[in-house]
Design a protein around this ligand. Structure first.
Ligand code: UDP
Ligand code: MG
Length: 331
């Protein structure tokens, strides 16, 4: 019956996670042992780590045939890592999870239940709270979700995590979007399908440090807005219209004052302020335009999302090479 078992590919992006991986491996193998109806493969993506992540992964790959890894030539970001994992996955179902156990593997049986028994195509997760997070980060997150959900047709769920389990069909749909500026949470929603949402309390990472600085998150949110909405582009037209309107009223006021015999308002300072203000708005709008153009520019280059430096296959090849070398030496 073994060949009838479905395969789950667990994709784990890792950036400097040498401390967290052993905890993760222990937990995922424990859960995998409980889920007897399915087989597992664990695909770790080493996103150009500068610590011993790759060594740790090599070690696990040698010990456990279910462990596979893809090591990038440099840090390409979590989005690229997830894409690489999806591309490498062979499973009937694919799970994406963080290496720091903030996405508890113990939820997998429940998630699989929704897909296998209740007809869902994928199960996504969201944090029900942001316990333990700096308040300023939560505030900006709230503002971000408020804005993006107003200006984008694709709805973003506040607190949504990348942790999800999906059918092969959904994976193929996600892979069919090869865009360079990726915002996976938005892409998940964009592809549609029947999605079950699960909530769970925020969990602190098991070891190591978060890789997301405030600035990185800020850039990521701009990426999302540019990728899923063109509303900011309309701002330029809006400001243009507004200032034309204000200027028209100003002209009318000056003409009326002239004929009424009231001296025209003098004031070099006020004129300067208006000129500066309008100049500022123009530059702001040009900046928005520039952001979209730069993203378009990057897309047209169609550079690959990541470069692979090593996979578990290289490890096997090296082993075979070493063996033949040893044999030759013995002879
Ligand atoms: N990560 C990655 N590349 C990066 C940044 C992060 O692969 O450039 C991985 C990281 O190793 C972890 C996951 O993405 O498995 C989530 O990162 P982290 O836990 O630092 O983010 P947080 O949970 O604090 O939002
Ligand atoms: Mg984390």
């Amino acid at each position: 019956m073994a060949q009838n078992k479905k395969l789950i590919s667990a994709i784990v992006p890792c950036y400097n996670e040498e401390e967290a991986i052993p905890f993760f491996y222990e937990e995922i193998t424990r859960v995998a042992a409980q889920m007897e109806s399915v087989d597992f493969e664990f695909i770790f993506i080493d996103d150009g780590s500068s610590d011993k992540t790759l060594e740790v992964l090599r070690e696990y790959a040698q010990k456990d045939a279910r462990v596979r890894y893809v090591s990038f030539s440099r840090n390409f970001g979590k989005e690229a890592a997830m894409y690489a994992g999806l591309e490498a996955s062979k499973g009937d179902y694919v799970a994406i999870m963080d290496a720091d156990l903030q996405d508890p593997p113990s939820l997998l049986p429940e998630m699989l239940g929704y897909i296998e028994n209740e007809g869902y195509d994928s199960v996504s997760t969201r944090r029900s709270n942001r316990k333990g997070e700096p308040p300023i980060r939560s505030l900006f997150a709230r503002i971000f979700y408020g804005i993006i959900n107003k200006i984008s047709k694709v709805k973003m769920t506040p607190g949504a995590r990348d942790f999800s389990l999906m059918k092969r069909r959904v994976v193929d749909a996600i892979l069919s979007l090869p865009e360079y500026n990726r915002f996976t949470k938005g892409i998940f929603n964009w592809v549609g399908f029947k999605v079950k949402w699960l909530s769970y309390d925020n969990i602190q990472r098991v070891a190591g440090k978060t890789k997301w600085s405030f600035w990185k998150l800020f850039k990521y949110s701009i990426e999302c807005i540019v990728a899923f909405s063109t509303a900011p582009l309309a701002l330029a037209s809006f400001f243009g219209f507004l200032f034309c309107f204000i200027a028209l009223i100003g002209i009318l006021v000056i003409i009326i004052r002239h004929f009424a015999g009231v001296a025209s308002a003098a004031g070099c300072a006020s004129t300067l302020c208006v000129v500066l203000f309008v100049g500022g708005v123009q530059l702001f709008c040009t900046g928005i335009l520039g952001t979209y153009i730069s993203k378009t520019y990057l897309e047209t280059k169609s550079r690959p999302l990541y470069i692979t430096a090593e996979t578990e296959k290289d490890l096997e090849e090296n082993k075979e090479e070493n063996k033949t070398e040893e044999k030759e030496q013995q002879q």
